[in-house]
Design a protein around this ligand. Sequence first.
Ligand code: UN1
Length: 510
Amino acid sequence: MKAILKDLGLSDVNPGAGTGTTWLKCGGEILESVSPIDGQIIGRVRQASVADYDKVATKASAAFKEWRMVPAPERGHIIRQIGNAVRARKQELGTLVSLEVGKIAAEAEGEVQEMIDICDFAVGQSRMLYGLAMHSERPRHRMYEQYHPLGPIGVITAFNFPVAVWSWNAMVALVAGDTVVWKPSSKAALTALALSKIISRVLQENALPEGIMNVVIGSRNEVGERLIADKRLPLISATGSVAMGRHVGQVVASRLGKSLLELGGNNAVIVSSQADLDLAVRAILFGAVGTAGQRCTTIRRVIAHKEIFNPLSEALIQAYKQVVIGNPLEDGVLMGPLIDGQAVQDMQKALKELESQGGRILYGGEILSGSIYDAGTYVTPCICEARNDYPIVQEETFAPILYLIPYDTLEEAIQYQNNVPQGLSSAIFTRDLHESEIFLSHMGSDCGIANVNIGTSGAEIGGAFGGEKDTGGGRESGSDAWKTYMRRQTCTINWSREMPLAQGIEFGID
Ligand code: UN1
């Protein structure tokens, strides 16, 4: 462990604020990064105070003036180097992610791969920051739109994707000509520092000024509040719970800033009587148990046709029984610990509520004890029978709890699927074209992501990622999500020697 930390440039106590090239002597309290695998302290961070945050934001504002003048393809050239540097450290970064948040190695490296992929995407985007050209209604006029860099951007990220989700925002913001102030989750502070160090090296090698890529680790109540209220940051992109996003959205809106919110999901898979059940079981296993149920895209509900409800639940229980739970760095382990003791308690509380509301646990849900389990936060993944309208089913519990809900008609299934406050991801398993097209049509899923014959999680970076309703409405990562990180300008140029007005208005003196 020590060797990996050293290799990633981390020491026993690390400064919690940096401007890309300089690390601040921070004035906040010491934060211990505790591994959920065994409760051991991995390293420490001297957190940033509000004053430290202010210094960083000042640097980010100053650097924006320079970074925006670097031609976009040149910015892409820097991002290519960042992507290559991360490629060279993929395994070490993956291990740190496993140690800090408890993901199994394959998934931890998978999210580092997401960062590498978004870097490649951003390099390509650097030559494709296109605006449209329109035909003016006035003679000898030219009209077009262009996209300019927006400013220093605030990025708040959650513990569960400490590499990928930040990079979707940060790499796209960088290519857009923005500077970034990143406030990562305190539960994944070391991963954030390791990434920041990799990027610092690239920025330094290219003799770029400080303030382009900044990180601030500090308390949510002080540093977080200051960041979201900071008028210098025209856009705040925040990933996390609905409650957090509601607050961030309100504070940012009150200063008329822009916010990009990627909040909770309550993702369902409809399994039709026409489904390939084997395919469905494999997808549900990964979607519900992967990352120990701590993805915003985790499958939380399976809405199963009555005809296949019993065989499907039997097959899922058999599959769940084979899940090896343990140290996420060991071969063969499919599920690591939950992030912390609070998450274990939240899961237990949700299961109690389910039972009091009339639901039934079919498999799992225990807290594991004995040997390695005692020092960590391990549970067995859980399958329950439930109804969609139970209050607990309407909520996102960030744990591996899967609710099985029977349905009769596709119309009813879609109604259940949509009848929750959240709207992130959704899927249908069917071999019937008619059913899948209904699901994808405007009378179908109301989510930001809708899949056929694949699960709800594991989205590719090339698509726009995000969801509707309480999920917040933001879109990040691929497609045209880059536009959120830029300001659009409509330009009209008169190359005639006349002054015609739009709408044919005559106005003036002879
Ligand atoms: C999240 O949980 O916040 O689609 C993001 C997925 C991953 C990202 C999840 N690519 O599951």
